[in-house]
Design a protein around this ligand. Structure first.
Ligand SMILES: C[S@@+](CC[C@H](N)C(=O)[O-])C[C@H]1O[C@@H](n2cnc3c(N)ncnc32)[C@H](O)[C@@H]1O
Length: 266
């Protein structure tokens, strides 16, 4: 299904246009060097939430899917290969071009609509069963992106998002003050989700479930362990996270990642 795009969205808001253009250029540069890895960037600690997100996607069993900010969107192509009708949008024309090539090679070009567009420019269509946003919402103008996603879903349609976050003020300060790990690309506009954004998710959707990941096995620590060659240490951090986060809910304020399942009202 071709996504409907608002004609005026980029021109009527100059700040949004500048933001989208900045993201487009940043990701074009990165994806141009992309060859065969899943991502041209690495955080080295992603296994748990990927598995969890993939299991949720599988469980939804959705037929009509919108993938936003999927980059070189291997997952969307795989979903199309399994019979879903997939639409995907991303601001990066390089990612779009490479994803088209993947769709062609996988023989699913007729099942996939691939469009270079910003999420904030989507028009209401009320049609998708499922919207997937992985590591993408925190690159958007959050309020606009979230409400466009809600309006793209059919009633009772589901948003599955996996996003980096920071709920504790002092930790946010530390993130801003001290360098993140050097192999982790950061755009000028991206912003870790915080309390306000989670409140917006609750206000925009009918029912919201959030699962937190990466308390100790967060990108910075995983990076340091990798540099020190402490690979078993990282496995221990993963195990500790899987025990600590469910056992002590107050620790979620320090978690680095949230997988969100949000349902649009009927
Ligand atoms: C961190 S990458 C994540 C890519 C992919 N989802 C993954 O997890 O590997 C962020 C992606 O969001 C895209 N993006 C940034 N701003 C966007 C916007 N406003 N609308 C749609 N996509 C956007 C970028 O082009 C990039 O592909």
């Amino acid at each position: 299904m071709k996504p409907k795009l608002r004609d005026d969205a980029q021109t009527s808001d100059p700040d949004l246009s500048v933001r989208i253009e900045s993201e487009r250029r940043f990701w074009n540069t990165l994806y141009s060097s992309w060859e065969k890895e899943r991502r041209p960037f690495q955080t080295h600690n992603l296994i748990d939430h990927w598995d969890f997100l993939n299991a949720l996607i599988e469980r939804e069993g959705a037929h009509c899917i919108l993938s936003v900010g999927g980059g070189v969107d291997i997952r969307a192509i795989e979903l199309a290969r399994r019979g879903a009708r997939v639409t995907l949008i991303d601001v990066s024309d390089v990612a779009i071009h490479k994803t088209r090539e993947l769709a062609r090679l996988a023989g699913v070009a007729s099942n996939v609509e691939i469009v270079q567009a910003a999420c904030e420019t989507l028009d209401r269509c009320d049609e998708f069963d499922l919207v997937i946003a992985e590591d993408a919402l925190h690159h958007m103008e959050f309020t606009a992106g979230l409400s466009r996603i809600r309006d793209a879903l059919r009633p009772r349609g589901v948003l599955l998002a996996s996003e980096p976050m920071c709920l504790a003020g002092w930790l946010r300060w530390a993130h801003a003050k001290f360098p993140f790990h050097p192999e982790f690309p950061q755009t000028p506009y991206e912003c870790l989700l915080g309390k306000e954004e989670l409140e917006q998710v609750h206000a925009t959707f009918d029912s919201v479930e959030i699962r937190f990941f990466e308390l100790l096995n967060r990108p910075t620590i995983a990076y340091a362990f990798r540099r020190l060659g402490w690979h078993r240490g990282r496995q221990w951090l993963r195990r500790l996270d899987s025990v600590l986060l469910p056992a002590a809910p107050w620790l979620t304020a320090l978690a680095h990642l949230a997988v969100i399942r949000a349902v649009r009202a009927a």
